[in-house]
Design a binder for this molecule. Structure first.
Ligand code: HEM
Length: 277
């Protein structure tokens, strides 16, 4: 399904790659860490940046290294061992795909030479499709901006698909799931997506990418969510996920099939993220 057939925006404002890697058993060579750090030498390390990117940095491309927090990752409906068993992740973002693909090719060559592997999730950034001015005020105007790794050390990745039934629905019907629903006496009967997750607005930095080639297709998740937060706000993230998954409060999730909820810790350089528990 293409966005123009769904009343969704066709605009692409950026690209992201999620490079999940698994290492071979045994000692990790220090040279591998140096080579990975070299791959990113012309890009911006998001670990050290407060706030959003400058146009110049977004053009060059940006990266964040994350070490897996294996005990916190949980499998959901879609089984995807290359994610659940990954030792780490490099998240890339930028205005064009070129520099990100170059990094990906370089990483794959290094990892495979060391007996490891790389699994890529790709997505495009798009303007919002269902959001009014008023919803922008509610859900985005006061949202937590991106911050340095020291401030927001934890991150979660939430790949997901929506079912065929979702994609068959008219856009007004789809849009209605983001808002609360009321009965004939105007009593709220369900919270909907935005209210069910509202606790996360001030405490969880959130980003979302869409499938690059269209929705409901094999080989790509429809959406990949990415969230960063302080250690103290990990319970808020869990509460938000529980709220979204509670179909009695958020009926949208009846139409969601999730990949693994992957947890990682942001680190500044490759030496730290090649360390294993
Ligand atoms: C923390 C508070 C959150 C708020 C206030 C919020 C609000 C919203 C809103 C208003 C939209 C509609 C965007 C549009 O106009 O296209 C949206 C979309 C979406 N959100 Fe959230 N969200 C939150 C957290 C989350 C979390 C934790 C997840 C993931 C697991 C998530 C997954 C998604 C997805 C996949 C979409 C796109 C849905 C679609 O287009 O069908 N959101 N969110």
């Amino acid at each position: 399904m293409q966005p123009q057939h769904l009343n969704m925006t066709t605009t692409v404002t950026g690209h992201q790659l999620f490079l999940f890697f698994s290492l071979a058993d045994g000692e990790v060579d220090g040279k591998l860490a140096d080579a990975i750090d070299l791959l990113g030498q012309h890009m911006e390390n998001m670990h050290d940046v407060d706030g959003g990117p400058s146009d110049e940095a977004f053009e060059r491309g940006r990266f964040q290294l994350l070490r897996a927090e294996a005990g916190l990752t949980s499998e959901q409906q879609i089984v995807h061992p290359a994610l659940t068993e990954a030792h780490g992740l490099i998240r890339l973002e930028g205005a064009s795909l070129g520099p990100l693909k170059e990094y990906e090719t370089g990483l794959r060559t290094l990892m495979e030479a060391a007996g490891g592997s790389v699994e890529t999730l790709a997505g495009v950034m798009r303007p919002r499709s269902y959001t009014s001015h008023a919803m922008t005020e509610f859900a985005y105007a006061h949202a937590l901006p991106p911050g340095k790794g020291e401030k927001y050390p934890l991150a979660a990745v939430t790949p997901m698909n929506k079912t065929d039934a979702w994609w068959q629905m008219d856009f007004l019907h789809r849009e209605s799931f983001f808002l609360p629903r009321y009965d004939e006496n105007e009593n709220m009967v369900v919270k909907g997506h935005a209210l069910a997750s509202a606790a996360g607005v001030p405490n969880i930095n959130r980003r979302l990418v869409h499938a690059p080639e269209g929705y409901g297709l094999e080989g790509n998740y429809d959406f990949v969510g990415y969230f960063e937060f302080a250690e103290a706000d990990a319970p808020v993230f869990r509460e938000v996920m529980a709220g979204l998954r509670d179909t009695s409060q958020n009926p949208e999730w009846k139409y969601v099939l999730e990949g693994p909820e992957w947890w990682g810790r942001r680190v500044s350089g490759a030496a730290a993220f090649l360390e294993r528990a």
